[in-house]
Design a protein around this ligand. Structure first.
Ligand code: DAK
Length: 250
């Protein structure tokens, strides 16, 4: 796999997205490889807790805008199905998943962190849902999963302004569950993962499932609604124009 690396430390898996030149932006290839890697992790009895992180200065700077700019409505739909399928694999993986957010977690990157069970932020992490700026809405669950962590006013503030939330604020408002020094991010997250991994495997999986069940029905309905609203964004020229203007500036 060209964009994903998985290493195992005792009974903890560390999955790293390795596309640092594009700030680990999620294109179709990265999403497919992420899905395959998650399937393997699920089958690997050694892994009792999984950490997801990014290589370089970003966790994930969002969906790949250069790929999205060329999508028509049908391709956007396919992309949505792919993304939702992969993100669901994280949410339903029996082993808990911890996002170790090492830098930018923007758009689809913030949404990737949100579908992990626990989010640990490095002090230099930055979270945002900037999609409105490129003519779309968060389409990988951000409009639904953010509300499970922060209040509705804060969700609207993030989604409507696209503004960036720095790690200390993210921790203060419950968007992140831990705040650690950048150089200790992996070490501290592995220590947390080992605490989880030391408990009986079936009890941990059952506890994760039970907590998920407290909100999964409402979440699944919300995700369907988000997808239909998202796809409608592609029925005008707004996203294409806004994405092209982002690409021109870069
Ligand atoms: N896509 C593609 N390339 C990206 C990228 C992205 N999201 N983010 C960064 N890059 C690329 C840059 O174009 C640049 O490439 P080169 O010019 O070197 O070839 C390289 O990464 C380094 O970026 P910068 O030079 O811009 O680095 P800086 O440190 O100056 O700035 C930045 C870092 C993160 C502030 C900046 O790169 C930035 O603003 N990036 C875009 C962030 C963003 O808007 N992200 C949200 C994308 S929208 C869907 C569901 C969900 C989504 C889509 C569809 N469906 C349901 C179908 C999700 C949408 C999003 O995530």
């Amino acid at each position: 796999m060209g964009n994903i690396r998985v290493e195992i430390r005792e009974n903890v898996g560390i999955l790293t997205i390795t596309r640092p030149k594009q700030l680990n932006a999620l294109n179709r290839e990265v999403l497919r490889e992420l899905g395959q890697a998650l399937d393997r992790v699920k089958e690997d009895d050694r892994i009792r807790c999984l950490i997801i992180t990014g290589e370089g200065k970003a966790f994930v700077a969002g969906a790949d805008i250069s790929e999205m700019a060329g999508m028509d409505k049908a391709q956007a739909h396919e992309f949505a199905v792919l993304g939702h399928t992969v993100f669901k694999k994280i949410e339903t993986l029996p082993a808990p998943v911890i996002a170790a957010v090492n830098g930018y977690a923007l758009g689809g990157g913030c949404e990737l962190a949100l579908c992990c069970d626990i989010i640990i932020a490095s002090e230099n992490a930055v979270f945002a849902q900037p999609e409105v700026g490129i003519g779309i809405i968060p389409g990988f669950g951000g409009t639904q999963r953010l509300g499970l962590r922060i209040g509705i006013g804060r969700v609207k503030r993030m989604v409507l302004t696209g503004e960036r939330i720095k790690a200390p604020e993210a921790y203060a408002i419950g968007l992140a569950d831990g705040l650690v020094q950048p150089e200790k991010l992996i070490e501290d997250t592995v220590a947390l993962a080992k605490t989880i991994a030391a408990h009986p495997k079936n009890a941990v999986a059952a506890a994760k499932k039970a907590v998920q069940s407290s909100y999964s029905k409402r979440l699944n309905e919300g995700l369907k609604h988000e997808t239909s609203v998202f796809e409608r964004c592609f029925s005008t020229d707004e996203p294409k124009q806004a994405m092209r203007s982002f690409l021109k500036k870069n």
